[in-house]
Ligand binder design. Sequence first.
Ligand code: PLP
Length: 369
Amino acid sequence: MTASSAPPVPMNDLSRGMVRDHASLAAAFEGVLATGYVVMGPQHAAFQTALAEYLGAAHVLGVASGTDALELAIKATMPSGRGTVLTAANAGGYTTVAATRAGYRVAFADVDAGSLCLSLETVAPALSEDVGVVVVTHLYGNLTEITDLVDFCHARGIRVVEDCAQSIGARRAGRAAGTFGDAATISFYPTKNLGAIGDGGAVVTSDPDIADTVARLRQYGWSSKYRVDTPGGTNSRLDELQAAFLLARLPLLDGFNERRRHIIERYREAAGDGTVRVLPAAGPHHVGHLAVAVADDRDAVRQELSALGVQTDIHFPVPDFAQPGFDVDRDALPTTVRAVSQIFSLPCFPELTDHEVDRVCDALSAWHP
Ligand SMILES: *Cc1c(COP(=O)(O)O)cnc(C)c1O
């Protein structure tokens, strides 16, 4: 294999989806202009209903981002008298930002070595009396199994929030990610599996009280116009344009997810079970948000891939407890620390061409045993 002179296979290229969806996005834009509504209008209502139906949840509440969704979901689920959010330290720091903004302490549990997500076995020893909410991130697109974890938490008065920013559309036995805990959060950041043309997010729940609280919190704490009954409110709304774009793309989501899974399975076959191993993404419980590989000599592998014309990245390079900008306790979580030194991500988005996928596979085959 020789160094490639073609442009590198990119980690992402948002322009491709905009070109592909141009007609439907332009029609959505025109539809909003025709109504005169800019927030909390008919597109927003229609999208909330369509997504709730798709997920099989009673309520979807549009908000301005996935991080806002986490903040409001945490506020709406924290039992009174408690003040700590327990989460994983390898999921990009979004929960730590959100919990801190909500005014709570953050503690971390280690992750399962196979899924790199929280599990009952890792959460149980990390609990304290003050933990009121456990946020489980379904990392990389994998709807991790949490029914036993949810039961365990509920028996102790603890609520569970699922962070589905990377796992929208994942299902186990037909049941969608986001319907296992008390509430769930989604991000529509443009690189997510269902991406807007800007920021957006949603809280998902089938609990009417949580839904009602989030509905108030996202509009200043209002119970009705200009009447603030719920403390801790903010302004966090999903605007009409983003809702219209998302409504246009929702029917494409299952196809996007299938394509992502297919790309990752190609990479897996190409790398084999050698010194570079691509994490599996087969089956409806995985929606292939990221194609993550592990290697002991990760930095050297990334350099060689770069020379072969394949971009890579690391999701995520610094555990939350080692971030200087977070005011949290330093923690020794062995699985988290080991994984952070080994992981890297390969290009994975639905608009990659077959030729680009072949180029990544050719590059990976250098490590096939
Ligand atoms: C992207 C992401 C978020 C945050 O979403 P934003 O819309 O960017 O605020 C939260 N959690 C995870 C796991 C994410 O990947």
